[in-house]
Structure formats: C-alpha cells, structure tokens
Design a protein around this ligand. Structure first.
Ligand code: NAP
Length: 312
C-alpha cells in the first residue's frame, strides 16, 4: 500500500528528536515537505516558510503534523483543517480548552482526521497499569514528575510565556497517563503553583485530586522543574487489595511488589505514527481533552506562590 505523504510544521527539538527520524523509518508515512519559519530543510524535500505557501505549492499533500509550541497550534491547525488536511497535533493539543473544542468541531465539519497525541500514553507499561488498577482497585496514587528545565527545554523561552504551560509542559505527560489508567474520573481539588518572580508560568506545582471512585483513593501530583540530580518520572501506587506498584521511566516500566512486570524500550513516536495510520485508514479522529482539562482546572483553583527569578 502507498505510504501516507505528510508535511511536518515546525522543525524544533521534538521534530528533530522524534518525528523526522520516525517518519523516515516508517513503513506507513513518507516525508513530503516541511514548514520552517527559520527556513530549515530536511532530507531534500521542499521547505516552506509558512503553511499557506505549502498548501499553495503542493495541494496534493493531505496530512500535516503540527509540532510548534502550543500557543500557535490552534491557528496553524485551524488553517490546515480549513484547507482540507488531516492533522496530527503534538501535545498539549492547544493552549485552551475552547481552542481544542473548536478544532474538534472543525475537523468533524470538514470530515478530516484530527489526532491529539499524548506521547506518554504510548509507553509499554501504561496499559498494564490500567489493567492492574481495574482489577485490583486503587487506594492511593502519587505522581512524582521532576526534571531539570535547563536540560529538557534549553533556551525555550516560550515555556515561560502565557500559553507556554511552564512545568505543566512535562506535567501534562503524567496527567495523560493518569487519566488513562485511573478507573474513575479525577478532579483537581486544590493546587499550589510556584512561579519564578520574573516568569509567567509555574516552575513547580503540587496538586491534590478528588475522584468519582466511591473508594476515594488518595491522589496527588508533584511536578518540579528544579531537579538537578536526574529526572524522576514515576507514579507510586497502592492498590485496594494491598499491593504496591510503581509505574516508572515515564511509563516504560511497571513493578508490582518489588518485581518488574513490564519493561520495554520506549517507542512512543513509532506507536503514535502507527496509531495515526490506523486513524487515517478508518477516517476516525482521536481527541481526548482530559489531560488539558486537569491543567486548566489546576490553574482555576490554584494558589499562587512566588520563588526566585529564573534565568537560563
Ligand atoms: P522547540 O524546540 O521550541 O520547537 C518548536 C518549533 O516550532 C520551533 O523550532 C519553530 O520551528 C516552530 N515555531 C516556533 N514558534 C513558531 C510560531 N510562532 N509559528 C510557527 N512555528 C513556530 O519546541 P519543542 O521542544 O520541539 O516542542 C514543541 C512541542 O512539542 C511542544 O508542545 C512540546 O510540549 C512538545 N514536545 C516536546 C518534547 C521535547 O522533548 N522537547 C517532547 C514531547 C513533546 P521552525 O523554526 O522550524 O519554524
């Protein structure tokens, strides 16, 4: 079967690290063009400064991946859907809930496929954790997601601007797993958001959740971008039947009562593109706003604390 011809919009870190190499090695996709405001090129395919130039010059390209920062994603995705393209969105899929609802509605109206990716969900141990919680019930779950912003977002000033999400940029990855594995819908009960004195987004956040689960499990999250001793991306779980489990390595591994039950290389983006190919073949969209809703709710109920100024 012919490969899907796709254009990648925004050739920043995640496009270079994941999308371009994964498309290059894919049996289902072929890179047809790129759009780069800086004029970067890739693999000899045509490069355009704006999506509009791409759509004019190569109207036959029917699929785009939007890998820009989130605050400009809505306008770019809207333009793509309006031009009749199927669209893959990097996470977070939009800067606001209403922008995401607008994209969903437009995709439906235009009969286009819209895929809001949550890369962390494509880790091998996530479904095993979901099954464990469905079978064993949940007593408590603590998310600990700590990393060094200087290592993971070097010089990316957009993360500190309104719409840039701050520490929720990685935190939403944890929330995408959390909303996938929990047996019942979680709600944000309270949040403590710590802002550097010179920045517009939080560098740390502590969340306490409530849940629709009648067993009322204790649910908390601790996100911090000030970690200098290596990253921690794990969830500590106590099941209702007394087992203790840890989903770790960002969702690539699971241990139950001290024994590793799942551990496999993380191939998040290979799975993303395989899933996208399936959606395109079925002409079906996949848009889940649950992780974005939790971030928005944390901002709605959050208490603001101020800490030292942040500079690169
Ligand atoms: P980045 O390195 O800053 O790259 C974003 C790219 O988008 C820029 O290099 C630029 O590419 C393009 N861009 C920037 N501003 C734009 C604008 N106003 N209009 C159009 N294009 C613009 O950021 P990133 O780390 O790749 O992150 C991008 C998205 O991927 C974020 O939503 C992030 O959460 C997500 N993500 C990142 C990682 C990671 O490890 N960094 C992992 C998973 C997901 P051109 O100069 O080529 O136009």
């Amino acid at each position: 079967m012919a490969k899907h011809r796709i254009a990648v919009i925004g050739l920043g870190k995640i496009s270079q690290d994941q999308h371009l190499p994964v498309i290059d090695a894919s049996g289902e996709f072929e890179l047809a063009a790129v759009v780069s405001t800086r004029g970067l090129s890739q693999g000899g395919v045509p490069s355009f400064r704006t999506p509009a130039e791409l759509y004019r010059a190569m109207p036959e390209i029917g699929i785009v991946a939007v890998n820009t920062p989130p605050d400009v994603r809505h306008a770019i995705a809207r333009e793509a859907l309006a031009a009749g393209k199927d669209v893959l969105l990097e996470k977070p899929p939009a800067a606001t809930l209403t922008e995401l609802a607008d994209l969903e509605a437009l995709a439906e109206a235009k009969k286009r496929v819209l895929f809001a990716t949550w890369h962390s969900r494509f880790n091998p141990a996530v479904e095993a954790a979901r099954t464990l919680l469905a079978e064993a019930g949940l007593r408590s779950l603590r998310i600990e997601w700590r990393e060094n912003v200087k290592k993971w977002h070097p010089g990316q000033d957009w993360v500190w601007e309104p719409g840039g999400f701050g520490v929720f940029d990685p935190g939403i990855n944890a929330l995408s797993i959390f909303t996938r594995i929990l047996p019942a819908i979680p709600f944000v009960r309270s949040a403590e958001l710590t802002y550097p004195s010179n920045r517009q987004t939080p560098i740390a956040a502590k969340l306490v959740f409530a849940s629709a689960d009648p067993a009322a499990p204790a649910l908390t999250a601790d996100f911090d971008w000030r970690e200098t001793g290596g990253e921690t991306w794990h969830m500590l779980i106590e099941t209702a039947d007394g087992r203790s489990a840890r989903l770790f390595k960002g969702g690539a591994a699971l241990e139950v009562d001290g024994r590793v039950t799942v551990e496999a290389p993380s191939e998040e983006y290979q799975h993303i593109y395989r899933h996208f190919a399936g959606l395109l073949d079925a002409r079906r969209s996949d848009v889940d706003g649950a992780p974005l809703r939790l971030v928005a709710d944390a901002m709605l109920v959050g208490r603001r604390l101020t800490t030292d100024a942040f500079d690169w």
